[in-house]
Structures are given as C-alpha cells and as structure tokens.
Ligand binder design. Structure first.
Ligand SMILES: O=C(O)C(=O)C[C@]1(C(=O)O)C=C[C@@H](O)C=C1
Length: 290
C-alpha cells in the first residue's frame, strides 16, 4: 500500500500527480507480474489438454472483482480493462483472431465483440453468418461472434453447428457480458470456437434434438419441463420430414444427464439425434433481447 500524507486543500496539483504516478507504477508492475505467470499457465494447460480460452474462469474473475468493487470508478470500465488484460494473456498463449457477423443494420455486433475481445487482436467483419462459421471451422479465426439464436428463424445458423466432430465449433460464451456501455444497437451475441466445452462450466446449455414431425412448440416445452429442464429459448425448424428443436436450458447438461432419457420418454420415442452445441456463463448484466 502506498503511504500518503493526509491530503488537504493545500496539497498541490503537482503532488497529487506524483501520487498518481506512483499508483500507475504499481498498477503497471502488477500487470507485468500477472503476465509473468502466463508461460506456466500455458504449459500446464497444454500438458492437461485444457483449452486456452476459459470463458467460465473469465466470468468468475469478473464476478469476484465486482463483488469487492467499491468507490465511484465505473464497474463497466473495470470490466473493459480486465477484458483487455484477459485477451492479451490469452493471445500470449495462442494466436487469437476474431470473426464477427456484422450485418448493416446491427453495427453494435462489432462494438460488443471489440469490447469483449479488446482492441489488440485481429478482428474481421463478415456480412454472412456462414462466412463466420467457415472462418472458425477452417481455423482462420479462433473465435466467431454470431447473433443469439431467436425462436422463429427460417434458416437458423445453429443447424450448422450440429456435428459430432470433437473439433467442430461450439458455443462458448455470450456477449455482452457486463452491459452494452456505449456500443451501438445490436442483438446479444454468442461466441463460438473449436474447443471442447466442459458442461459443468455452463450456466446455460444449448442442445439440438431431432423431434417427431408436427410436434407443437407447446408440447415440446411441456416435454422439456416434465423431464426436469427449465428452458429459456425454444427454436424449431423443419424441412423435408426432418424436425429439429434448439433448446437453451438452465444450468449444465452433461451428455449422460438422466433428464435426457426422461425427455426421450416424454417425447414418446428415442432421441436418435441429440447434439450439444455448448453453452455460456451467464452474463453479469443481462441485456434485454432484441
Ligand atoms: O486461467 C487461465 O487459464 C488463464 O489462461 C488466465 C486468464 C487470465 O488472464 O486470467 C486468461 C485466459 C483464460 O481464458 C482465463 C484466464
């Protein structure tokens, strides 16, 4: 702790600025010290096969800081500073590039992505969602930022994530995490990356299930509830006899979750095809969905 003399109205601007300089030195030294841990962290994760990007840990870091925050410094600004730090530390462990879906009428998608992944990593805007998914699948981008799914989409992008390939893209996060700040208009977004998602790390889980043709949304919703799930978003899509439902479920849902067997019983037929699309740590401040 810095030991400052009592300040009174006689304290000069120069001496106040000297104190600011001392504090800045401390902050800077601590940043350098924090960064010095990165090589050890990287090597442990690489030894264990743990993905470099750890959204649940990132969420826990900010929640902890928010819990101890005090004084007038804006919490949203604390979040922005830590997002720069965390992405910089991530990029020291593996190259990071972000592909963002930015349609003309949603410029805020870019702002939210930049607020989250910082100002220093390469970020590319794409006009179509398929381009973003392709960039991530082909590894020209590490992270893709896509609009949060909604219930009635004619050609929902989440179908493109239905893959059993362990290296296929999965949903790893939701943006913005701590409010929109001055970001321009935009829907909430999800981040995708080609990495395993530990079910326990998710406050929300996305699954896609092949469901009996003609099943109504209301019936699906009641089957999910009867199986013990709390479902926040239920999107359906059908074509040529194939009917799919995307459900955003509260909490973690592991592939061997007993409720999935119950769901199959509720639907009256075995679930032939069920895909875990990933999930996210619940945002600190949830913005209303557009
Ligand atoms: O804890 C880790 O695994 C880290 O790599 C450190 C760190 C951080 O800067 O705090 C960076 C990236 C991860 O996504 C989570 C946290």
């Amino acid at each position: 702790m810095l030991d400052f003399p009592i300040m009174d109205s006689e304290t000069s601007l120069d001496s106040l600025r000297q104190k600011i300089d001392q504090i800045d030195d401390q902050l800077h030294d601590l940043l350098i010290e924090r960064t010095s841990l990165v090589e050890e962290i990287r090597s442990r994760k690489s030894r264990n096969g743990t993905p470099v990007i750890q959204p649940a840990r990132e969420a826990a870091i900010f929640r902890r800081l928010a819990g101890r925050h005090r004084g007038p410094f804006p919490l949203g600004a604390v979040h922005r500073i830590w997002r720069e730090i965390i992405t910089a530390i991530t990029a020291l462990q593996q190259p990071i590039a972000v592909a963002v879906h930015v349609p003309d009428d949603q410029p805020g998608a870019w702002d939210a992505a930049r607020d989250h992944y910082g100002s220093q990593v390469p970020m590319t805007p794409y006009s179509t969602i398929s381009q973003v998914i392709r960039a991530v699948s082909e590894r020209s981008a590490t992270i893709g930022v896509l609009p949060m799914p909604t219930e009635d989409e004619a050609d929902p992008w989440w179908r493109q994530l239905m893959s059993r390939d362990a290296g296929a893209p999965r949903i790893i996060g939701r943006l913005p995490f701590a409010g929109r700040g001055n970001a321009r208009t935009g829907r909430d977004a999800v981040a995708i990356a080609c990495q395993a998602v530990e079910p326990a790390s998710c406050d929300r889980t996305f699954i896609v299930v092949e469901v009996p043709a003609q099943i109504s949304r209301a019936r699906l919703q009641s089957c999910l509830s009867a199986a013990g799930f709390q479902c926040d978003l239920l999107a359906a899509w059908a074509s040529d006899g194939l009917s799919l439902a995307l459900a955003e479920l509260r909490g973690a849902v592991a592939p061997d979750d007993a409720r999935l067997a119950d769901l199959s019983a509720q639907l009256g037929e075995p679930i032939d095809r069920l895909f875990h699309l990933g999930g996210y740590a619940e945002p600190f401040v949830t913005t209303p969905r557009a």
